[in-house]
Design a protein around this ligand. Structure first.
Ligand code: ZN
Length: 310
């Protein structure tokens, strides 16, 4: 069993419109945009990162807004719900705020003894807020969301699978422990995590595979401290039979990817070097940042990429 993984690092999804996406995460959810860059594999498309003040691992929701992309068809083999942690007693505020801003899919419920508010993202993405009593992660307050209400980072992701067996084994190999099973959902918890330590597996044997599009989660990334630990994880996964990519430099972290038995794409990402490697913390996310290999495209991209504000 591995001990290097410390919970979620980031979740990456797709959207149809960069401006709407930016508006939703900053002005509706009150997160900070911590990086404005491009998809390194498709530099005519943004890669936008939203998180806490510094974009700490376990807080970062990222998007590829492909202009006019069609909606995904939800199904199995993907992350169905991305869940954020909010302070105890804050769901009334959120219910009010989200409904006033036209957010759809609002539904309050209680799962695993936790109060939860489900809602849809601007592309129909499956999201929820869960009240957590003791979440001491630092908080970013902006856009009318104060400390008593602000999102602390991820609480969990829930994956929809036709069969959870092999993915459950993988999570346990990665260091997660089975917490509780109920109502078709099994909860796994990472001891000593960065705060984003929960994964839920929802078993749906009769639901067809999802088709990726706007509103779909592209992949979910798990956090390791540094490159040395990442190489240890890579070797262990490969020794277990997973086909893992070589280490890829994503400028703000190093990444390896592998497809899991249930169909979900996993990434293992390093906490180093972080989002302040090319911008002051005070100005994160403001300027368009380009990786070395795409720097020559700046004049074209600045003209071509949609303006996010103004
Ligand atoms: Zn990623």
């Amino acid at each position: 069993m591995l001990t290097q993984i410390k919970g979620l690092h980031h979740v990456t999804s797709m959207a149809a419109d960069a401006r709407t996406n930016n508006q939703f995460f900053t002005h509706v959810l009150g997160l900070r945009r911590v990086k404005k860059t491009v998809n390194f594999d498709s530099p005519d498309v943004y890669h936008l990162y939203y998180g806490d003040e510094t974009g700490a691992p376990g807080t970062v929701m990222t998007y590829f807004p492909f202009p006019d992309m069609g909606s995904g068809r939800p199904g199995t083999g993907e992350v169905g719900t991305t869940v954020f942690s909010v302070p105890e007693g804050s769901l009334g505020f959120w219910s009010d705020r989200l409904s006033k801003r036209g957010v759809t899919g609002l539904k309050a419920e209680e799962t695993f003894g936790e109060k939860r508010l489900n809602f849809a993202g601007s592309d129909g993405d499956g999201f929820a807020l869960v009240e957590v009593r003791e979440d001491n992660r630092p908080v970013w307050t902006a856009n009318g969301v104060g400390e008593d209400h602000a999102i602390r980072g991820f609480h969990s992701v829930a994956m929809r699978l036709r069969d959870e067996g092999a993915t459950a084994e993988l999570l346990k190999f990665m260091g997660y422990e089975t917490f509780e099973a109920g109502d078709g959902v099994t909860r796994f918890i990472m001891p000593g995590s960065n705060g984003a330590g929960i994964v839920d597996l929802e078993t749906m044997p009769n639901i067809q595979h999802g088709l990726q599009g706007a509103g779909s989660v592209h992949h979910v990334a798990f956090s390791v401290e540094n490159r040395e630990k990442q190489l240890e994880v890579r070797k262990a996964l490969m020794d277990t039979g997973y086909r893992v990519t070589p280490v890829i430099d994503r400028d703000y972290f190093w990444a390896i990817y592998f497809r899991t038995p249930g169909g979900v794409l996993f990434e293992i990402a390093t906490n180093e070097p972080g989002f302040d490697r090319d911008e002051d913390t005070a100005h994160l996310g403001e300027a368009l940042k380009l990786p070395q290999q795409h720097k020559h495209l700046r004049p074209i991209l600045e003209q071509h990429l949609q303006k996010l504000e103004g």
